[in-house]
Write a protein that binds this ligand. Structure first.
Ligand code: GUN
Ligand code: FE
Length: 441
C-alpha cells in the first residue's frame, strides 16, 4: 500500500491532551507513522494537499443494524414493541441473501460518506454472511454478528430459532469472519434483547463469548414496555437480570440504557459494562432520554450510534452528535454535553466501548489510519475566524462537509465520492430488493 502524506490540515487529534494544530500526518500501510508540524514529503508515494481542511479520527458508531437500511421510511411513528412486531420483524423475516447484501451496501455507503469508519452492527437471524461480504468489500471496519432470538411473542416463524441452532450458527460465523483482513472485521454475539431470548441462550452466549474472547452486544432498557416484560418474566429488573446470569462483564455492550435505576447504574459501572447512546432513535421511537451526563460522570464508556435506518431515519453521525448535545441541555443546562465532549464520544468514546482504544479513536502514531478530512469552506460552516473547531464540527458541520475518508490506510472516499462501491448499482438494487421483500410480508 505504501505511504500517504496528508499535508497542511488542521489536525484534531482527540488524544489525551486534546491537541489541535496545523500540520501533516503520514500513513504507512494501515497505520499512522508520523504526525508533526512539518513532515517531509520525500519518499511518500502519495501526497494529499489538505490545506484549509480539518482532519479528525473517523467516527465510530457503536450501534447500527445494516440489515434494516432497506426498511427506511417504512416504520415511522411507532413505539418500540409495535415497531418491531408490526413492521421490523416481518420485514427481517422476508430478507434473502441478496437483500441483506444491498441493505448493508446502502448503509455502508451512507456511513462512509458521512464520515463513519467503524461500526458495531447487529444483523438479523439469517443470511449474515451477505452482510460480512459487503463489509469486506467496502473496506469499513466493523464488529458484527447475527441477531439471536429463541423466545418471545408475535415473532414471525422464520425468525424463531432453536437455542442450539442459534448458538451453532453464531459460532460458525464467528469462526469464518472473526479477525478477517488483519482484524478489520470482528465478530460479536448479538442476543436481540432479553425479551427475545431464553435464559439458556443467554447463558450459552456468556460461555461462548468467554471461550472465544469476543464481545456481546444487545439492546437493554430502551423502552418501558420492554423492561416491564423482563420484570414479569424474569422477576428482576433488566440489568439486574443480566448481572444475575453472569453477562454483565467488560465485553458486554448495551444499546440505549434509558430506563435504569440506581442499582442498575452501579452494576454497569462496577462490572465494566459499556453503553451506546442513540439519541435519534430514542426520540423517534418515543423511548426516552438516556442519562448520559450521569453515566459519563461515573466513568462508564459511552459511544454513539444511529441505530437502524427505520428508527432514525439516517445513519449520519453529524446528526447524532448534534442531538446528543442538544437533548441534554433543557434538562441539565446549556453547558451539559459541550461540543468537545460529544466529539470525544463519537471517536475515543466509541473506541473504548469496543475495547479498541489502543487501535482507533484518535490520531496518534501507531494507531490504525482511520480518518476523515472535512472541507469546512462553506456557507453553513463560516465564519471560521477564531471559531472553536469542536463547535464547527459538532454544531455546524454536516455530512456534506466530508471530503475524504481513509480506513485501515485505504482511501475509501475521495473528493466526496465513495470509491469502494458503485452508488448507482447500490441505489438501484436497494429499491429492487425492498420491492421483493414487501411482496413477501
Ligand atoms: N430492541 C430489540 N430489537 C431492536 C431493534 O431492532 N432496534 C431497536 N432500536 N431496539 C430493539
Ligand atoms: Fe437497535
Amino acid at each position: 500500500m505504501g505511504t500517504l502524506l496528508i499535508q497542511g490540515a488542521q489536525i484534531v487529534t482527540m488524544n489525551d491532551k486534546q491537541n489541535v494544530f496545523t500540520g501533516d500526518l503520514l500513513i504507512k500501510d494501515d497505520r499512522i507513522v508520523g504526525i508533526g508540524e512539518d513532515l517531509s514529503s520525500e519518499g511518500a508515494d502519495r501526497v494529499i494537499d489538505a490545506r484549509g481542511k480539518v482532519l479528525l479520527p473517523g467516527f465510530i458508531q457503536t450501534h447500527v443494524h445494516l440489515c434494516q437500511t432497506l426498511f427506511r421510511g417504512r416504520a415511522d411513528d411507532l413505539e418500540l414493541l409495535d415497531w418491531l412486531q408490526q413492521r421490523i420483524w416481518p420485514l427481517e423475516a422476508a430478507h434473502d441473501e441478496e437483500s441483506i447484501y444491498y441493505s448493508a451496501m446502502l448503509g455502508i455507503g451512507e456511513l462512509i460518506s458521512s464520515g463513519t469508519t467503524t461500526l458495531l452492527d447487529m444483523e438479523t437471524v439469517h443470511h449474515t454472511d451477505s452482510a460480512f461480504h459487503a463489509i469486506a468489500e467496502t473496506g469499513i471496519r466493523a464488529v458484527s454478528g447475527k441477531v439471536m432470538m429463541d423466545h418471545g411473542i408475535e415473532v414471525p416463524a422464520p425468525l424463531q430459532e432453536k437455542t442450539e441452532r442459534s448458538l451453532e450458527e453464531s459460532v460458525r460465523l464467528l469462526e469464518k469472519w472473526n479477525g478477517y483482513d488483519s482484524g478489520r472485521i470482528q465478530y460479536a454475539f448479538c442476543p436481540r434483547f432479553v425479551v427475545s431470548c431464553t435464559e439458556e441462550l443467554l447463558i450459552g452466549v456468556r460461555d461462548l463469548s468467554e471461550q472465544y474472547q469476543v464481545r456481546v452486544h444487545t439492546h437493554a432498557s430502551e423502552n418501558r414496555g420492554e423492561i416491564e416484560v423482563v420484570e414479569r418474566e424474569r422477576g428482576m429488573r433488566n440489568i439486574v437480570y443480566l448481572d444475575h446470569i453472569g453477562l454483565a462483564k467488560p465485553n458486554l455492550i448495551l444499546a440505549h440504557c434509558i430506563w435504569l435505576d440506581e442499582q442498575e447504574k452501579t452494576i454497569i459501572r462496577e462490572r465494566g459494562v459499556k453503553m451506546t447512546h442513540c439519541p435519534g432513535s430514542n426520540l423517534k421511537l418515543a423511548s426516552g432520554i438516556a442519562e448520559v451526563p450521569d453515566m459519563l460522570s461515573r466513568h462508564v464508556p459511552v459511544g454513539l450510534g444511529a441505530d437502524g435506518a427505520p428508527c432514525n431515519n439516517n445513519l449520519d453521525m453529524f446528526q447524532e452528535m448534534r442531538l446528543a448535545a442538544l437533548i441534554q441541555k433543557p434538562i441539565h443546562g446549556p453547558t451539559a454535553m459541550d461540543a468537545r465532549t460529544v466529539l470525544r464520544m463519537a471517536t475515543m468514546g466509541g473506541a473504548e466501548v469496543l475495547g479498541m482504544e489502543e487501535e482507533i479513536g484518535s490520531l496518534e502514531v501507531g494507531k490504525k489510519a482511520d480518518l476523515v478530512l472535512l472541507d469546512l469552506y462553506d456557507f453553513h460552516t463560516f465564519p471560521s475566524h477564531e471559531v472553536d473547531v469542536y463547535s464547527r464540527i459538532v454544531y455546524s458541520a454536516t455530512r456534506g462537509n466530508v471530503d475524504t475518508v481513509i480506513i485501515d490506510g485505504k482511501i475509501v472516499m475521495e473528493n466526496r465520492v465513495v470509491r469502494t462501491l458503485d452508488r448507482n448499482i447500490v441505489l438501484r438494487e436497494a429499491d429492487r430488493s425492498i420491492a421483493r421483500l414487501v411482496k413477501r410480508v
